[in-house]
Write a protein that binds this ligand. Sequence first.
Ligand code: SF4
Length: 332
Amino acid sequence: MDFPAVLRRIKEDERYKAAKSVAVQLPEGMKRGIGDITRELNDKELIFIGDPFWGACDIPQDVKWDLLIQFGHSPIPNLGSFPNVIFEEIQDDMDFDVEPEKIPFKSLILTSNVTYSNQLPRIKKKLEESGIAVTLRRGDSRVFYPGQILGCNISTARGIEENVFFIGEGIFHPLGISLGLPEKKVLSFNPKTGEYLDMEKEKRKFLRQRYNAIDEASRAKKFGIIVSTKIGQTRYSLARVAFNLLRESGRSPFMITLDLVRNEELLNFPADVYVNTACPRVTVEDYGTFSRPVITFYELQMALGLKDKSRYIFDEIVMTDEIGSSSFRKRN
Ligand code: SF4
């Protein structure tokens, strides 16, 4: 990817030209590379947002700058339009191309993280030419690109097809598909290493972890319910439902708002278990970093005996409570 070319393209944007002060929000992996940005965008007052961020759900509000450039994520359509935000996805070429002979499916649903969403039509064609039937599906209103998977939304992987093929690094996205659609076979391909990973083993490992947490929650008395203050993660209404369910079952719940959901911020609260209504990634991926069990809203329902435990329900976000603005950004 030619990053300086990306920055030159941003400089041609009328919103950039009109701005005096520009904030830049970068994924952790890009923070070391700010040299290109300070060199290329040196005609503006630049401020780098130091807080970590993992998605377009995190758009700082009540800000002092004229424009925000958010790198690494696509917009979330149903949060509304943000006229003073440029979303620069940084879509990449693939280091390793897909090898159809390594895919043991005759038909599949094709998915990826945002980095490779632009490659999916090409890959679909390649797989179809090798005889595999491929479905590339548009997701719900939280997802921008056909086939795109978010850590909190797997809607593009739904359908009657038995198999899902995911392209991207890391296991969190394909794990979400596996947990959310346990009847499907999920194969993940990492374009940086060329590796293929059958998600079945990972799914079983994480389900064990989740059912242990549900079990601990079923015996707990004091529950802290976490509500995110990030615009695209706020599910206060869901937290209220959790609060009422806990009260009705004779437990002691309380609600906490947090921007960054980390163990340090929770240590001093007197909870036996936390119910996380913020990003589902926190519950599943960061689980080992918390000193007390953290569960999702659906896991709480299972712990209270209100939902059948035999079919695990993955926590997905479609709508949040607070809508950023009135108009929706149009998808391609
Ligand atoms: S809520 Fe979590 S998974 Fe969803 S977009 Fe935000 S950071 Fe990503």
